[in-house]
Design a protein around this ligand. Structure first.
Ligand code: 9D3
Length: 246
C-alpha cells in the first residue's frame, strides 16, 4: 500500500514514519510513505500558503492553488486514488474505518493548518473527510499519522502474528484483560494466582471475565456491539449489567 501525505510541516511527519513498526514495514516493501510539502507548489516570491477569509472574521484560510497543484502533480487530475482531508468536520475515525481504508492500494492524506482550508478543496479535490475525535488540535498532522499508523498495522505481514489484528479488543468491541509479566511479586504486588496455575481453561475464563468486567465498568457503550455468548451475558447480568444502559 502507498500513502501520499500532503502537509505544510513535513518535519512533524517523517520522524514517526522512520520509527519502529512503520519503518520496518516500509523497509520490507509492505507499504511506502511519500511526504510532500505543500509549500513546494507555491509560485509567489513569499511562498504564501494562507490568506484572509472572504467575509472577514478571525484566522487565516489555506489557499486552494498550492493544495490543488501539489495533489494533482503527485496523483494526476483527476486523482488516481482517494484523497482524504483530515478535518474536525469529518466522519469519526474508528477501527472499522481503518479496516475499510486498509483495502485500498493507495491513499492520499491532506493535513490542514490555520483555521481552515478553502471550501473548493473539499468540494473538488477531496473524496473523504476524517476526524479522529471530538477534541481540538492545532492541525491535521497528528490525525494523518493516526490514520497511517492504524491502517498500516492491518496490512498483511506488518505485525508478526496475523491473528493479532483480528483478536484486537477493538475488533471484538471489548476492552482487554489485564496483562502481567515477571516478576511474580513486585513491591509486594502479586500476579493473580490463576495466571500461574497452568490451567489454560481457567486462564481463558478469567481473562474473558476480566475483559467483560472492564468493558462493563469503563465502556458499557461497547457491549451492544460485542459478540457475547449466553455465558458472557449471564456473567454480565450477575455483575449489574442492565442491557438498556449505554
Ligand atoms: C474555530 C473553530 N475551530 C474548529 C473547532 C477551527 C479549527 C480548529 C482546529 C480548525 C482546524 C483545527 C485543526 N484540527 C485539525 O486539523 C484536525 C482535527 C482536530 O482538531 N481534532 C480531531 N480530528 C482532527 S482531523 C484534523
Amino acid at each position: 500500500m502507498r500513502f501520499d501525505i500532503f502537509t505544510l510541516l513535513p518535519e512533524t511527519i517523517t520522524p514517526y514514519l522512520n520509527s519502529s513498526i512503520l519503518k520496518r514495514a516500509a523497509e520490507r516493501g509492505l507499504v511506502s510513505f511519500h511526504v510532500h510539502n505543500i509549500r513546494d507548489w507555491t509560485t509567489d516570491k513569499h511562498h504564501t500558503t494562507d490568506d484572509l477569509p472572504y467575509g472577514g472574521g478571525g484566522g487565516m484560510v489555506m489557499k486552494p492553488e498550492p493544495v490543488f497543484a501539489a495533489v494533482e502533480a503527485v496523483l494526476g487530475a483527476p486523482p488516481c486514488c482517494p484523497v482524504i482531508l483530515l478535518t474536525p468536520q469529518g466522519r469519526v475515525f474508528t477501527q472499522q474505518v481503518a479496516r475499510e481504508l486498509s483495502r485500498q492500494p493507495r491513499l492520499a492524506l491532506i493535513a490542514a493548518r490555520y483555521e481552515g482550508i478553502d471550501e473548493r478543496v473539499r468540494q473538488h479535490l477531496v473524496s473523504d473527510e476524517i476526524s479522529i475525535g471530538d477534541y481540538v488540535l492545532t492541525g491535521g498532522e497528528l490525525p494523518a499519522l493516526v490514520v497511517v499508523d492504524a491502517v498500516t498495522r492491518l496490512l498483511p505481514g506488518v505485525l508478526g502474528d496475523p491473528e493479532a489484528t483480528g483478536k484486537d479488543s477493538h475488533a471484538e468491541h471489548l476492552l482487554e484483560y489485564p496483562h502481567y509479566t515477571r516478576p511474580a511479586v513486585f513491591r509486594g504486588w502479586e500476579v493473580p494466582e490463576v495466571l500461574r496455575s497452568g490451567n489454560h481453561a481457567e486462564i481463558e475464563r478469567w481473562r474473558r471475565e476480566q475483559a467483560l468486567l472492564r468493558t462493563l465498568h469503563r465502556r458499557p457503550d461497547l457491549l451492544s456491539q460485542a459478540e457475547l455468548s449466553e455465558e458472557d451475558r449471564a456473567f454480565l447480568h450477575a455483575h449489574g449489567w442492565a442491557k438498556t444502559k449505554t
